[in-house]
Design a protein around this ligand. Structure first.
Ligand SMILES: O=P(O)(O)OC[C@H]1O[C@H](OP(=O)(O)OP(=O)(O)O)[C@H](O)[C@@H]1O
Ligand SMILES: O=C(O)c1cc(=O)[nH]c(=O)[nH]1
Ligand SMILES: [Mg+2]
Length: 192
């Protein structure tokens, strides 16, 4: 599956939004990939995550014990990708703003792959890895459906992206006038 194929799925699902968006990193962007509008369709999610699982199988040497999804966006793709890898899926969720593995007991030294929906700066994956490493887990790699940084984000482990799609993002105090003219919205769950 190519990046164009993935973007076509997002466009057809009405998930390629244009406007003025506040991202989880605090950056502002004229584009938001509303993955929930893709993941609401099991057949589309199955196609994307089957392809992502194939990439993970090809790129990650050795055993994978668990897939970990950062809630909320990573829940569905992590679960569906784990189904194709035939390993269990768990998730981290925010407690007072910090990712925690609240509901599971994963043995120390387990080898895991983090599966995210979208990467912009890589901040959410880095936060996830910090939580997992604190628990003594080995993070073999991270993976995502779309990398908006097009390879620029550094998450500290190899990042496998099903698609790369470079999208502009600006600090809040450096907005182009056409973006500043639109009232911003924040679709994600951080700080909710
Ligand atoms: O690479 P980053 O700069 O961290 O941006 C990407 C993150 O932003 C979104 O999560 P968000 O916190 O907005 O909430 P969500 O998971 O509920 O969508 C998305 O699900 C990624 O986790
Ligand atoms: O950076 C983000 O917060 C972000 C960007 C995007 O396109 N989609 C998303 O869910 N989050
Ligand atoms: Mg998220």
């Amino acid at each position: 599956m190519t990046s164009d194929d993935v973007l076509a799925i997002f466009r057809e699902a009405g998930a390629y939004l244009q406007g003025h968006f506040i991202l989880t990193s605090g950056l502002r962007s004229p584009v938001f990939l509303q993955k929930a509008r893709v993941f609401m369709h099991p057949s589309l999610t199955e196609r994307l995550c089957r392809a992502l699982a194939e990439r993970i199988r090809a790129d990650v040497a050795g055993q994978i014990d668990y897939v970990v999804g950062p809630a909320i966006g990573g829940l569905i793709p992590a679960y569906e990708t784990s189904r194709h890898l035939n390993v269990p899926a768990v998730w981290v969720e925010r407690e007072d703003g910090v990712f925690k593995l609240r509901r599971f007991e994963v043995p120390r030294d387990s080898r895991v792959v983090v599966v995210e929906d979208i990467v912009t700066t890589g901040l959410s994956i880095r936060e996830t890895i910090a939580c997992l490493e604190d628990l003594g887990l080995e993070v073999a790699a991270a993976a995502c459906i779309i990398d908006r940084s097009a390879g620029q984000a550094d998450v500290g482990v190899p990042l496998i992206a099903l698609a790369e799609h470079a999208v502009p993002a600006y600090p809040a105090d450096a907005l182009p006038p056409e973006l500043a003219a639109i009232p911003p919205v924040k679709p994600g769950s951080r700080t909710l």
